[in-house]
Design a protein around this ligand. Structure first.
Ligand SMILES: [Zn+2]
Length: 71
């Protein structure tokens, strides 16, 4: 099986910024997205990337959970 592409670092950072923003703002209202955009102005690009690669990201999670996987 061919190796799966690694998630773009920018996509991973977007996830971290999103979660950190929730420490200050509950929900996904304008104040939340303003805070996210202040740290990651291109967050919409990477949110789309995450949606477009959702299936392979889910598969990678399943594979990493297998105990026989070599590290
Ligand atoms: Zn959220």
């Amino acid at each position: 099986m061919a190796p799966r592409p690694r998630p773009a670092a920018e996509a991973l950072e977007t996830v971290v910024v999103h979660e950190l923003a929730h420490l200050r703002v509950f929900g996904h209202g304008p104040a939340f997205w303003s805070l996210v955009a202040s740290r990651r102005p291109d967050h919409a690009v990477w949110r789309r990337w995450l949606r477009d690669h959702a299936l392979e990201l889910h598969l990678a999670l399943d594979e990493s959970a297998r105990p026989s996987r070599a590290h």
